[in-house]
Design a protein around this ligand. Structure first.
Ligand code: ADP
Ligand code: X15
Length: 397
């Protein structure tokens, strides 16, 4: 269990409560295309409303780089949150975030009211964790709640700096849930514990591989990163994604897995293509036998079966990263097979945000998983065994 004070440990009646959420949602033409992060934030918001707090929500959205960008305004989020909550979430439009408009909106609040501040990254200090903006945010409230798991790997004013200038800084239900599920899976798993890693690059997953080799019974590696392993073992990979500089590292990891008694599973076949395109010619070949001019863009059918059978033996499964270039339907089968295997098992299944979470949700398997993280980068850093600054900054129990 997370050893931090939570919204259950405080009394917010009549108090101004600043709640940091991660409302960094995809927007197309002002329409929210994935509202999972909004839905996930509701339990904490509802609890604070029910307890008579004056709820001041804040978040970043995208990367406006320190200046107001209308297309990155949080106004559409306030509108959708109002519908989801069944209560008005007043939008405190203010280019300074904590400027005169926001302050006036906070002053006018009554118990149980909810407002949303403008995108915290409209202010340049936000991502620098600067003192001035941290103090401004703190000046709005008597209590601070951090429920932004998706941002917990960042140390910014609105999730870390602000905690230095408030007496009470606690975590919300989403933060608690994320850390409990991920923490239990990784540090106290029911065994066998199988981790599945995919995605483009070995280099971005090095610390995850190393940390998980200390914890798992089986490590499955698919996706673009598997070709570096294949090449390292003497295979030919054509023009597949390859990080030559990491071949030696890959061999070291294979050796480390052996020493630790961890079963390391790599693809045995691949779907290859003559072009990085959904219209490309494709065929299936054994791994390590990719001809010149061709590239591996998905795991092959034998691999999909091998990975799915392995998932069946597990009691705990953690998955991060797609098995291929799944955005193109021709190369989505491997990622879909893994998603289905996880949906079909009775094991505890944890999806580590990002592309894997999007794939699982798009395929309609969302409610079949034990937990789908709302944080991509944050869950990756958690899987690396790192302390998340956003969590560390909250008051200890
Ligand atoms: N074999 C492959 N060839 C090219 N791109 C791949 C391949 N496998 C996966 N990808 C791409 O990797 C991207 C995800 O990589 P990455 O950002 O490392 O993963 P994550 O988002 O899980 O951290 C996806 O856009 C996917 O298309
Ligand atoms: O969406 C986020 O990260 P994610 O895509 O890695 O889950 C977070 O809101 C953090 O955003 P940032 O990577 O711009 O700091």
């Amino acid at each position: 269990m997370l050893n931090k004070k939570s919204v259950d440990d405080i009394n917010v009646k009549g108090k101004k409560v600043l709640v940091r959420c991660d409302f960094n949602v995809p927007l197309i033409d002002g329409k929210i295309t994935d509202e999972n992060r909004l839905v996930a934030a509701l339990p904490t918001i509802k609890k604070l409303i029910a307890d008579g707090g004056r709820v001041i929500l804040c978040s970043h959205l995208g990367k406006p780089k320190g200046e107001p960008k209308p297309e990155l305004s949080l106004a559409p989020v306030a509108a959708r949150l109002s519908e989801l909550l069944g209560q008005e979430v007043k939008f405190a439009a203010d280019p300074e975030v904590v400027g005169p408009n926001a302050k006036a909106a906070v002053e006018a609040m009554e118990d149980g009211d909810v407002i949303l501040l403008e995108n915290t990254r409209y202010r340049a200090e936000e991502t620098k964790n600067g003192e001035a903006f941290s103090k401004e945010l703190a000046s709005l409230c008597e209590v601070f709640v951090n429920d932004a798991f998706g941002t917990a790997h960042r140390a910014h004013c609105s999730n870390v700096g602000v905690t230095q200038f408030v007496d009470t800084a606690v975590v919300g239900y989403l933060m608690q849930k994320e850390i409990d599920f991920l923490g239990n899976a990784v540090n106290n798993p029911e065994r066998p514990f199988v981790a599945i890693l995919g995605g483009a690059k070995v280099s971005s997953k090095i610390s995850v591989i190393e940390n998980l080799l200390e914890k798992v019974d089986v490590l499955i590696i698919g996706g673009g990163m598997s070709y570096t392993f294949s090449k390292a073992q003497g295979g030919t990979v054509g023009k597949s994604l390859l990080e030559e500089d990491y071949c030696e590292y890959a061999l070291n990891m294979i050796k480390k897995a052996e020493e630790k008694g961890v079963k390391l599973l790599l693809p045995v076949d691949n779907v290859i293509a003559d072009d990085f395109s959904n219209d490309a010619n494709t065929k299936v070949v054994a791994s390590g036998e990719i001809p010149d001019g061709w590239e591996g863009l998905d795991i092959g059918p034998k691999t999909a079966e091998l990975f799915a059978e392995t998932v069946k033996t597990a009691k705990t499964v953690v998955w991060n990263g797609p098995m291929g270039a799944f955005e193109m339907p021709k190369f989505a089968a491997g990622t879909e097979a893994v998603a289905k295997a996880l949906a079909d098992t009775e094991a505890v299944t944890i999806i580590g945000g990002g592309d894997s979470a999007a794939a699982v949700n798009q395929l309609g398997y969302g409610d079949k998983m034990t937990h789908i993280s709302t944080g991509g980068g944050a869950s990756l850093e958690f899987l690396e065994g790192k302390e998340l600054p956003g969590v560390a900054a909250a008051n200890d129990k």
